[in-house]
Design a protein around this ligand. Structure first.
Ligand SMILES: *Cc1c(COP(=O)(O)O)cnc(C)c1O
Length: 359
């Protein structure tokens, strides 16, 4: 066994990633612009991008210059869009790494236009986060006429709810795009939940993130992803405790009768959140074992009274074991967390082990 896998790790199924990408592209009927920001939601941007290259994506989406530079160092040659607004001071670095900024104010567009390089126009239709507000686009028309953007896009704030806000945002977006002197060659909007709840895309590309990484937004989606990431940790200690003894900080778990407690070598410093204590379960030898007491920084205790296990056994905290499985969304719901937070949190000390994914 690889020495890194002795303690706790994330298994990443690149074959499932590829199939999820195929599912999105087939459903939307347009090329992908996969979002690989935040190290591909914690799964490893370079491995993810290399795998998805097999689907001929238009390019990739990141949040920072550093993330774009990492893709370039790995010889990813397609366009890379940076979706968080860049400061003018960052332009030189963006040029050196051949990154495409998403801009929305006159000052930065004017400065960027001096480079003669492509850029895309961000339109805020209700997220109130980045880009020009849809009803203030007239302020940009002069500069946009001089240096037309390669693309224009917006971002939905509640697509997973599949409610009326999407139509409102789409209408605002259409109005803003119609006011541009020339329709840009590329127009895009859909994130994963928008693809899951929509039909074929009416735009040029779709921008899925979380669906690729195996997380569905629920609410009767039209397509479903396969699970990509599994979180595993080894049993490193075992004890039997008497009736009334407590487990972990604060003594929040109290044994009702004699209980068998296993210690897993994973904690909140690995991204298995403290709040999951006394709420979540793990899988051991295909059976569920509840987390006993709060999760500590480096270790998590589980009640294995009804599960036979030994030191060295591998527990599954997210993923499948036998007929049982635990999804990212299950863990998120138990901890009142967003599934995005759970996925992006699996970092730091956790090595990643990749399987599959070759075309
Ligand atoms: C993160 C992000 C996406 C992808 O969102 P998912 O819900 O993970 O599919 C798409 N577009 C923009 C602008 C984003 O920031």
């Amino acid at each position: 066994m690889h020495s890194l896998m002795r303690r706790a790790w994330v298994d990443i199924d690149l074959g499932a990633l590829l199939r999820n990408g195929t599912t999105v592209a087939a459903h939307a009927g347009v090329p992908l612009l996969p979002m690989v920001k935040a190290d591909a939601y914690g799964l490893g941007a370079v491995r993810v991008a290399r795998t998805l290259e097999q689907l001929n994506p238009w390019g990739f989406g990141v949040a920072t210059i550093g993330e774009g530079e990492e893709l370039r160092r790995a010889a990813i040659a397609r366009p890379v869009l940076v979706f968080t607004p860049l400061l003018v001071e960052e332009f030189d670095a963006a040029i050196r790494a051949d990154l495409t900024p998403t801009l929305g104010d006159v000052h930065s567009i004017t400065r960027w236009s001096e480079t003669g390089r492509p850029w895309q126009l961000a339109v805020d239709t209700g997220m109130s986060r980045a880009g020009v507000q849809w009803n203030e686009i007239d302020a940009l028309l002069a500069v946009v006429r001089d240096v037309p953007p390669q693309g224009v896009f917006t971002h939905f704030h509640s697509a997973e709810r599949n409610d009326a806000t999407r139509a409102v945002q789409e209408k605002r977006f259409a109005e803003a795009v119609a006011r541009l002197p020339v329709r840009p060659p590329m127009v895009h909007a859909e994130n994963s939940p928008a693809v899951e709840h929509g039909g074929a895309s009416e735009w040029s590309v779709v921008r899925p993130g979380v669906f690729l990484y195996g997380v569905s937004s629920g609410n009767s989606p039209q397509i479903r992803p396969e699970q990509v990431a599994s979180l595993r940790a080894r049993v490193v200690d075992l004890r039997t405790i008497d009736d009334g003894e407590t487990v972990s900080y604060g003594g929040t778990y109290r044994a009702a009768g004699t209980r068998r407690i296993a210690t897993l070598a994973i904690g909140y410093a690995d991204g298995y959140r403290r709040v999951l204590g006394n709420r979540a379960s793990v899988l051991l030898r295909g059976k569920r074992a509840p987390v006993a007491g709060v999760v500590t920084m480096d270790m998590t205790m589980v009640d294995v009274t009804d599960v036979e296990c030994e030191v060295g056994d591998v527990a599954t905290l997210i993923g499948a074991d036998g007929d049982e499985r635990i999804d990212v969304t299950d863990v998120a719901a138990l901890g009142d967390l967003s599934p995005y937070e759970v996925l992006t949190g699996l970092r730091g000390r956790l090595p990643r082990r990749y399987v599959g994914g070759e075309g």
